[in-house]
Design a protein around this ligand. Structure first.
Ligand SMILES: [Mg+2]
Length: 310
């Protein structure tokens, strides 16, 4: 069973109530809280030693990453983060100063985005550090792009550059909060997701939820310098384009918008966020499946995103 099937099975018959607008299956849950014009966003996420960071990771970076991952999901809903609860587990031989420095990294990022850390829990953990964060946010009604709204003909955009985040970006990335809100406030964004598991996998999530397909243009996919360098030095065997399609933890925004808005959006973006690249990488199709157009013609991107370019 892969992770998608596992989650689908686990979330089959979850209890719900009349306040739930979007349950499991999007970047955040969306619920009514009775306030006119606003909806609540709920998110939880965990980082575990040996999975999301290793023993040599600078503690401040661990705290930063733990919160930034949650913030990135709020960004994908065009939301504003508000309050966080932090649960941390650590082995008994862990130094207090180390934990304090994890919190320092987390607190710096929280303060930057006006997030209050309002409580949490500490617990013993047999042999590894883990941090789990629950985050509450808000979003204006009618301005919250889900994964399910992409329509045939929509243009597909991605922020930043993709691939090779293992070289460092996965620890110090900046969640695209201002960008996500600006997009939804100014354009009819039809779907949005943050890239946690790689472009091919996360785009597939939009396609699955929207019951659509997509055609990507290989030459338009923004490949990071890190992905190119890692291939050139032999550190990674993945060709740069494959890395951009399949590497996890880019934490950029992937979204769709009616193609009639594409030029205006690109122009507005350059004014608003001159330092962050924005690329139009393809279009949504009514035919299901994910295709890549390159000099070799049009070919399917396989199930796990792996395609082999020499
Ligand atoms: Mg996400």
């Amino acid at each position: 069973m892969n992770e998608l099937e596992f989650i689908a099975r686990l979330t089959e018959n979850l209890p719900s109530n009349r306040f739930v607008l979007t349950g499991p299956g999007d970047d955040c849950a969306v619920v009514e809280n009775g306030s006119p014009g606003q909806l609540l966003l709920l998110k939880t996420d965990a980082v575990v030693e040996g999975v999301h960071f290793d023993q040599n990771t600078v503690p401040e970076a661990i705290g930063h990453k733990a919160l930034a991952r949650c913030l990135s999901d709020i960004a994908a809903m065009a939301g504003r983060p508000l309050h966080a609860l932090v649960t941390i587990g650590f082995p008994s031989n862990c130094q207090f100063e180390f934990i304090q420095r994890i919190y320092a990294g987390l607190n710096t990022l929280a303060a930057k985005h006006d997030v209050a850390v309002v409580g949490g829990e500490t617990t013993a953990s047999p042999d590894r550090i883990f941090i789990s964060i629950a985050l509450l946010g808000s979003v204006a009604k009618g301005k919250c792009p889900l994964r399910s709204g992409a329509k045939a003909g929509d243009a597909i955009f991605v922020t930043g550059q993709l691939g090779g985040s293992i070289a460092g970006k996965h620890l110090d990335f900046q969640p695209r909060l201002a960008e996500g809100r600006w997009l939804a406030e100014n354009f009819p964004i039809s779907s949005m997701i943050d890239l946690s598991d790689g472009l091919a996998t996360d785009l597939r999530r939009i396609l699955h939820a929207s019951r659509a397909g997509a055609e990507l243009l290989a030459a338009s996919i923004p490949v990071s310098r890190a992905a190119k360098l890692r291939f050139r030095t032999g550190e990674s065997k993945k060709a740069p384009l494959t890395a951009a399609l399949t590497d996890g933890e880019d934490f950029e925004l992937l979204f769709t918008v009616p193609s009639s808005q594409a030029v205006q959006l690109l122009d507005g973006w350059k004014q608003q966020f001159p330092e962050l690249p924005l690329s139009c990488i393809g279009r949504i199709t009514s035919q299901p499946g994910l295709l890549l157009r390159s000099s070799k013609g049009l070919q399917p991107v396989t199930e796990h995103g792996y395609i082999h370019f020499a």
